[in-house]
Design a protein around this ligand. Sequence first.
Ligand code: SAH
Length: 222
Amino acid sequence: MTEGADFPTEGTSAERKMRFLYALRSRGVTDTRVLLAMEKIDRGHFVRGLFAERAYEDMPLPIPCGQTISQPSVVGLMTQALSVQPRDKVLEVGTGSGYQAAILSQLARRVYTVDRHRRLVREASETFAALDLNNITAITTDGSFGLPDQAPFDRIIVTAAAEDPPGPLLAQLKVGGIMVVPVGQSDAVQGLIKVTRLETGFDYEELRPVRFVPLVEGIAAD
Ligand code: SAH
């Protein structure tokens, strides 16, 4: 066996897992509940095909429909910033592979996740069923408008970049609720923003630079 970060996919699965968790901690994911959830949810279930063997590396990877599964440390940092409580109802915009939603399912009472690609919603739903993650509902819709039927939410996480935090999502956040969203031009580096809904108005905190695929309007053909 070869040691070291150059060959992070080698070794036994226990060693791989230890390296994965070490990489998360060294990049600032320190919340015990988030680390436990990420230990339990195996990223290998969410990356299919050619890139499957790279699932334990701390990098984004391609998924169908020209989208990406985010880098694990970014998933960890966003989940940590969201500060999910056990009774929370959470909305994720941007199901993608379903990995982020699966982690949220360990921390929240109920998770709704939406994507504009039917295929991604179908495949993620299959993965949730195979893993017995019964508190997630995945829906095909344009998430820029949120999910009015299920609103309001305690927490909202957007995993695609918006030019501004979408108004309907702000409106669907409970007072005291938190939304984490990458904001900025789609082809540039974006800022990860934490929005807290106050009794009157919103508080905005910029957390760190990130790079996400853009939030696109409308439901996709596939
Ligand atoms: N959270 C995902 C990664 C998301 S990639 C994971 O854990 O794997 C961003 C996703 O946002 C893509 O799947 C893309 O289809 C979706 N998306 C982009 N614009 C959207 C919109 N308006 N409504 C819903 N989903 C959208």
